[in-house]
Design a protein around this ligand. Structure first.
Ligand SMILES: NC(=O)c1ccc[n+]([C@@H]2O[C@H](COP(=O)([O-])OP(=O)(O)OC[C@H]3O[C@@H](n4cnc5c(N)ncnc54)[C@H](OP(=O)(O)O)[C@@H]3O)[C@@H](O)[C@H]2O)c1
Length: 282
């Protein structure tokens, strides 16, 4: 098969569109023969909002993203689990040997057990953390203490979460999922890590929960508005770490292989992998 990759290809000659939000393409309607739009991002909530997008949409699934998310989540969990800040931020010469508990005594919950949440949960389980996972449909992931599912089991997933990792997509169902009521279900002083999407958490409820001590710390990698505006209170809160959407980035080398393999499937007449279900929103 001969492939031409060009931003200038005429719409009516284009078979597949590689797309990232923020690019020049806004109107998908002239792409009458395009078989699919392949998102360069894993999260597709912004593309799904494009009114002219009628072509099948494929989200990004590739090994580079998965590897980085494992590393980011493990690093952030270990920072809080080991209490590293006490040593890194120490000012005075005070010998204060607080030994952290071993990982098996630190229950962690991962909301979202998809490609990235599942990989992060498995990595944490390998480190010895008792990991509870939660998803929409019931899962059975080896190594996890338990897999919960559905709205009726969210309380159980939150109740034990000394560290909570959010790896859900942003959909109408998950927007503001972590509101004041849900934050109150966490154990007091819980740490929240959000590499998922900013709008999964109600911003004002999060600040209130941090101020009251209900939430001990929040490390946020994603925000309702990015870049996070310079006057946003998250920058200045002593118990918020702002991470500038760097948890996992699509890696050209591995992503190109994933895209090529998926297009090759389609050209062979096989169904594309990682199609977005518009009704579910992810
Ligand atoms: N910060 C970063 O750098 C970065 C990078 C890449 C991605 N992300 C974010 O990570 C998200 C997850 O990516 P992924 O590739 O792991 O997605 P995925 O494979 O589609 O997994 C999504 C998971 O969320 C669960 N879920 C969705 N809606 C739910 C609901 N209403 N209730 C309970 N569970 C629900 C799904 O449940 P089922 O398994 O039952 O379907 C699935 O387990 C992306 O959408 C994006 O927002 C962030």
């Amino acid at each position: 098969v001969e492939a031409r990759l060009s931003p200038d290809l005429a719409p009516e000659e284009t078979d597949f569109i590689l797309y990232a939000p923020g690019g020049p393409l806004r109107d998908f309607s002239p792409y009458v023969r395009a078989r699919a739009v392949l998102s360069l991002w894993a999260g597709v909530e912004r593309i799904l909002g494009e009114p002219t997008l009628t072509q099948p949409l494929v989200r990004m699934v590739e090994d580079g993203l998965r590897q980085q998310m494992r590393e980011w989540v493990a690093g952030q969990v270990l920072r809080h689990h080991l209490g590293l800040d006490a040593h890194i931020r120490r000012r005075d010469p005070v010998w204060n040997p607080v030994v952290p508990p071993p990982a098996p005594e630190r229950p962690v919950t991962v909301l979202g057990l998809g490609v990235l949440g599942g990989a992060a949960a498995a990595t944490l389980a390998q480190l010895g953390f008792p990991v509870t996972g939660w998803s929409r449909s019931q899962k059975a992931l080896p190594g996890l203490v338990r897999c919960l599912a559905g709205p009726e089991q969210l309380s159980a997933a939150l109740r034990t979460a000394q560290i909570l990792v959010l790896l859900l997509p942003l959909t109408p169902e998950t927007e503001n999922l972590l509101d004041a009521r849900r934050l109150a279900e966490l154990p007091r002083g819980a740490v929240i890590l959000n590499p998922g999407r900013g709008a999964l958490i109600d911003d004002a409820a999060l600040i209130a929960a941090l101020d009251s001590g209900q939430v001990g710390h929040a490390t946020l990698d994603t925000f309702r508005q990015e870049p996070l505006p310079p006057d946003h209170p998250f920058w200045f809160h002593p118990r918020i770490t702002v991470s500038p959407h760097v948890a996992a980035e699509t890696r050209p080398a591995t992503a190109a292989q994933a895209i090529a393999a998926n297009i090759a499937r389609s050209l062979r007449g096989e169904p594309l992998m990682h199609l977005v279900d518009r009704r579910r929103g992810y």
